[in-house]
Design a protein around this ligand. Structure first.
Ligand SMILES: Nc1ncnc2c1ncn2[C@@H]1O[C@H](COP(=O)(O)OP(=O)(O)OP(=O)(O)O)[C@@H](O)[C@H]1O
Length: 226
């Protein structure tokens, strides 16, 4: 059964006549993983923001399990995201003066109840057992990204969304991070949707989608530009 289902999703940013995104259909099964590739500006981040409920769609339907995310108001979407979705940002978005453990626990505070042992086990899982008390600002870039991966799993999400999760890392560190993210999603039964322009990352996934084919608004604007 599909965990995530999207129908006739349209997004036009306020004040803009033309939609930047128009996706007729997309689905992701529970526990499955998919990579979406596409060049800069094709709408990948917008797609993830819509699924996470960070922005509201102009039209269409997004459902996650039994919840129709597009029917929710902003506060309800925020609450739903905190309880059901893990998000990995390209630039991590860690609290620099908070410790690794505090950063992971922050991922729990609005979602699952605070579970320090689970937070510690996630940091151990990403190889940071020795750094639990370090501030984020005292970590290398690769270590910061591993804290961000642990935080994304902290609320035991059903879905993890990752936006260019290796964009700030060198090739080898990036490949290791994505391998770790995939393993952790599998271990925790979470579905994973990764967007990236990096083909060496995308090509590792069994299911991969070119966002230019999914997003009909792009082909329309390209036609109009001809
Ligand atoms: N807040 C906004 N207001 C108006 N237009 C926006 C806004 N955010 C994004 N856009 C436009 O939407 C389009 C898609 O942007 P988006 O960030 O989703 O692309 P992307 O594929 O993630 O790009 P990148 O890989 O460079 O991050 C772009 O043309 C961008 O200018």
């Amino acid at each position: 059964m599909a965990l995530l289902e999207i129908e006739d999703l349209v997004m036009a940013y306020s004040g803009k006549a033309q939609p930047v995104l128009s996706v007729p259909r997309f689905s992701l099964e529970a526990g499955k993983q998919v990579a979406v590739k596409g060049p800069s500006g094709c709408g990948k981040t917008t797609f993830l923001h819509l699924i996470a409920g960070i922005v509201a769609a102009s039209a269409g339907r997004i459902s996650l399990g039994d919840t129709v995310v597009t029917d929710l108001g902003e506060a309800a979407r925020d609450r739903f995201r905190a309880r059901n979705i893990g998000y990995v940002f390209q630039s991590f978005h860690l609290m620099r003066d908070f410790t690794c453990l505090e950063n992971v626990e922050l991922g729990m505070s609005f979602g699952a109840k605070l579970d320090r042992d689970f937070a510690k086990s996630l940091l151990e899982r990403v190889g940071l057992a020795e750094r639990i008390g370090y501030r984020a600002s005292e970590l290398s870039i690769g270590q910061q990204q591993r804290v961000a991966l642990a935080r994304a799993l902290a609320n035991r999400p059903r879905l993890v969304l990752a936006d260019e999760p290796t964009g700030s890392l060198d090739q080898e560190t990036g490949e290791r991070a994505i391998g770790l993210l995939r393993e952790m999603c599998e271990e925790n039964g979470a579905s994973l949707l990764v967007v990236s322009h990096d083909l060496s990352i995308v090509d590792r996934f069994e299911r991969k989608i070119d966002f230019r084919e999914l997003n009909e608004a792009l082909s329309r604007s390209e036609e109009a530009a001809r």
